[in-house]
Design a protein. Sequence first.
Length: 424
Amino acid sequence: MNDIRRINDIRATDAPAAPPVFIVGVPRSGTTLLAAMLAAHSRMSCGPETHFFRQLTKSETSFGVDPDSLVDPQTWPSPALDFICSITHSSFSSAERLRLTDKYQLQKDQIESFLAAREPSVANMLASVAQPFMERMGKFRWVEKTPDHIQSVRLIRKYFADSPILRIVRDPRDVALSLRRVPWGAMSFMEAFSYWRAMDESSDDFFKTDQLSYSLRYEDLIASPKEELIRVCEFLGEDFEESMLDTSSTGKMLNSRNVPWKDKASQPVDATRISLWKKEFSPEQNQLAEAMLGDRLEVYGYPREAQLNELGEFYPNHELALKYADGLLPIPAKGVRFWKVDPNEKPTALVYLGDPAMDHWFGEQKLASLSAVWDIFTTTLSKKHIYWIAGQEINSWTGLSSFIVRRLLRPHKVETDWAPLNHA
């Protein structure tokens, strides 16, 4: 990424009332480490993940709760207080969910008093947990770190117009390895690749244009922590402090649930945590990673090796690629990728996934089956490549359309004896 270290002309003020800072990134990208480093600064604090904007979006989409109704001056602060006290998160160690207020060691009446003394606003709602925590730490500026707020950066900007937003990026192959090892993560590497891409793309346009956002790479932070933190501090309008290199206490504070996958944030920086995929991925697994994410690897300056000259397209949809992930391993070896080199590029390879009947290719539409037959026939005549990841063999009669499609696809069936992609 050419401008990943770009320091914007617009910078946060150095005054004690400097705006809060937000840290986002695809989960397992180093957000906790970066937050622990900032929290080790004498002026900045960072508490546990709030999931505030995620819950705000969920309340609106699932329950029809308009954020404006939470900050109505006529009812303030009761709806806002109820919302804050309703935020919970999985504990992973038990069926009980942890309340945000408990993670921040706050009582309901403390939050109510904070809100009642301030103007109705969404910003003050989040500040009602972050600011008291900051004051207990004896700090002057609060930092909020919730990785999946990377999907909510536009909301953050809406309600915190002057706040810096820090994005940390990590090689998605290492992210995939990590996601396969946490209880809430991905069931397969293919799922991890798809998840990473969706999270990354959700905010790509924002970070290209937002003048108060800053991106850094996890690998650079690990390799040269002092130099990277100096740049971050310059962007934030803060002075770098040597204390930021010691996260032994702040890392534990951020790990409020005491989960093992956050332990490393409180340990000394370890350069062996960079490019783990080179040791643990098979060549076929890396080829698939590049076939799915090669364009984004290039944007962020991560290495690519595979020669992928053909643009592939999944049929009937990308979702089935997760189901048939193991069968996809041979496809990149044939030079097929699933991202465009040019916006106008057309697919030259079609990858059919599963069985037309069992995977409901056609739904209730008879014309869809005729269209599929025609597409296979014309694709063959046009000398485009066809690959069929068949999945389980179907021996029973499932209809004429499915029978014809299977017969047409049989010469294109991909045989595979590769090691399972799901292997961690």
